[in-house]
Design a protein around this ligand. Structure first.
Ligand SMILES: Cc1ncc(COP(=O)(O)O)c(C=O)c1O
Length: 398
């Protein structure tokens, strides 16, 4: 990204249009093939049946709508989150009162955290690092919070791992925040123990914070992904210093409309973030906080969802005929010759909506866009649609 002429622009003006707005413009004037049912593989919105406990729990707690909800999350929810984190990651301890917050969906929290952790008044404008391609919220957050975004290229050549060895020393020296996304949207890369260990050592050396977006932690092909707090605890960092993780019920529980997620880690950072949130007030309504507590306390529905995502991935590749499932997430990062041309062709020839990869990436310091040769396909409608997607995408030609 060039910073040359941007002094005239406000931070908001520096943000590009959001990927789905760009997709809408791209497809305007193109018509989907007649006679084929449209398949939306663009948005990462799980479309699975509601778990049974949702309606019951909402009904039992409806009275909560006549109360202001707590932004930080009520005790029931924060304790359910802490208990889940300890079970899932084998943490020796995490304190619900000081190390956990509720998020009104992680999107807002991933955005707001940069505003809590970045000092726009610093003498040297700080860097906020992020994978490239990335969930676009990290980029919007970095820019509006007053940081330079630094794009860590994630390419097939490095297994889509954001390369820690490729960062120049002067960038590390002024880094305030590093976003990690594991499992990754859109590449499906999953961080291992060693990756988080190295990142923690770098955070100590260069004095920055790590925000680990683990929203797809329960959707994986073989091995359960490790989490940042798990690795921190294994290293004896039981205070989770410098670490915050975010996770969401949108993906694991297929409840994207509920707007509920978790924030957990370093008590000092949680405290700072809670102060910002006490002003902005992104609270989840109380009946839904109770549903969220129930969702973090139940793994049966999560295992059922995982089985569906795995069947969907298998069905897609059986029918598409090449490639293999990602290590994590329900996205397929599909190599194509030209991402925009392929997205138009998929729409016109096969009535399929998917996202051009360049809309999820930025031009890096070398001027290249690592998403340009890919499209993102979201498998969110179950195995039958996934099989159909594989069959139809195989027939697309540009
Ligand atoms: C990587 C990643 N992080 C966070 C989110 C936000 O999810 P939510 O706000 O529904 O928790 C998404 C949603 O698509 C995502 O893909």
């Amino acid at each position: 990204m060039s910073h040359g002429n941007q002094t005239q622009q406000t931070r908001l003006e520096q943000l590009g249009a959001y990927p789905f707005a760009r997709l809408k413009s791209l497809l305007a004037g193109h018509a989907p093939k007649q006679g084929l049912a449209h398949i939306d593989a663009g948005a990462g919105e799980p479309r699975l049946p509601l778990p049974a406990f949702v309606a019951e729990t909402v009904a039992a707690n409806l009275g909560g709508l006549s109360r202001y909800p707590s932004t930080s999350g009520n005790d029931v929810l924060r304790e359910a989150i802490a208990a889940w984190l300890m079970r899932r990651y084998g943490l020796p301890q995490i304190d619900a009162a000081t190390q956990v917050l509720s998020a009104n969906g992680t999107r807002e929290a991933l955005f707001a955290i940069a505003h809590a952790l970045i000092n726009p008044e610093a003498d040297i404008k700080p860097w906020a690092m992020m994978p490239n391609p990335m969930y676009q919220i990290y980029l919007g957050a970095a820019i509006t919070a007053g940081a330079h975004p630094y794009f860590m290229p994630c390419t097939a050549a490095n297994g889509f791992e954001p390369d820690l060895d490729a960062i120049p020393a002067d960038v590390w020296a002024n880094t305030a925040l590093v976003y990690v996304c594991s499992p990754s949207n859109p590449t499906g890369w999953v961080a291992d123990h060693n990756y988080f260990t190295r990142l923690l050592a770098l955070a100590d050396e260069h004095d920055f914070y790590i925000v680990s977006d683990e929203c797809y932690s329960e959707i994986y092909w073989h091995e359960k992904p490790v989490g940042l707090l798990q690795v921190a605890a294994a290293l004896g960092r039981n205070d989770y210093a410098r670490c915050l993780v975010m996770n969401s019920l949108s993906k694991r529980s297929a409840l994207p409309g509920m707007r509920s997620g978790l924030i957990a880690g370093d008590a000092a950072l949680i405290n700072r973030f809670a102060k910002l949130r006490s002003y902005t007030g992104p609270a989840t309504p109380l009946p839904l906080q109770h549903v969220a507590a129930a969702a973090w306390s139940d793994e049966t529905h999560v295992e059922q969802h995982l089985a569906i995502y795995r069947q969907s991935l298998q069905a897609f590749f059986d029918n598409y005929g090449k490639g293999q499932p990602p290590a994590g997430s329900f996205f397929i990062w599909l190599p194509v010759e030209n991402d925009e041309a392929f997205a138009i062709a998929a729409y016109e020839q096969q009535a399929i909506t998917l996202l051009p990869g360049s809309y999820l990436s930025a031009d890096d310091h070398t001027g290249s866009n690592p998403g340009a040769g890919y499209v993102r396909v979201a498998l969110v409608d179950g195995p039958d649609k996934a099989a159909e997607l594989g069959r139809r995408l195989r027939a697309v030609s540009i």
